[in-house]
Design a protein around this ligand. Sequence first.
Ligand code: NAP
Length: 283
Amino acid sequence: MTISTVPKTMLPSGEFVPVLGQGTWRMGENAQIRKQELQALRLGLDLGMNLIDTAEMYGSGGAEELIADAIRGRRDEVFLVSKFCPQNASRAGMTAACERSLKRLHTDRIDLYLLHWRGSVPLEETLAGFDQLLRAGKIRHWGVSNFDLDDMKELVSLPADLLKVATNQVLYNLARRGIEWDLLPWCKERLLPVMAYAPVEEGRLLDNTTLKTVASRHDATAAQIALAWLLRQRGIITIPKASRPEHVRENSRSLEIDLTDADLKELDVAFPPPTGPRSLEMS
Ligand code: NAP
């Protein structure tokens, strides 16, 4: 097994997690590629990408079941993130959703449990649900996903001293830089890690000419540059999904790339930063 060389970032609780993890959306859906998906996830663990992100929604639970197989015998190496749907965000709904996820994941705890996106259940009730799950030892940390700045401000204004949000998981990549205007600086000020999903824009970034030009200077690939661009920032965790082992290996090597000022300027021209507030995008 390879010793982990993936740098870590600190959650508000003081616990450290790897800045490069593995996503699982659209995994666990196709029996024909299950073996390859298991190999990919296990290789990711060997390479130190031992934060795995999933959700009850992915493959209607199939992704969680795949992960259970991938981490069999290695549970303690993994920082497991799962998400519940907003329609399950009531106290009772969360308890039931969490039990179902634990069963599919073959584990007794989820390391970080996220509200997938905001629905109609009042946040106070969801926070009470998190509190209950924390006290029962079913989850170790909690957080949110797809929360814009107003949602975050409302969240931290609630009387929940015992509870500290651990992350906000949002769409963030070179082509989706809207959060740099307000949400990202707000999170950084509070030392709240942001978990960037769809880091290669589900593959759509990979044909970009500028990315390819920068990549050629580093003897790298467009995917590696897109990941390196995120990973150069403090407090960003990213979770590329790769069901092919060769993609996992390639992604782990993005950590070796140091983008120069000239690279960053070129990327800013091709993918301009926001010049004003934008609505939070979701995929
Ligand atoms: P993504 O990671 O940007 O892209 C995944 C796609 O890129 C897959 O088709 C994958 O191919 C390909 N890929 C990965 N590495 C590659 C490489 N080195 N070279 C070429 N292609 C590569 O998109 P995503 O899956 O939407 O986002 C990542 C994770 O974030 C998800 O899996 C999920 O865990 C999470 N997410 C969360 C939310 C939310 O609402 N909270 C929304 C979307 C995603 P292969 O699979 O063939 O290797």
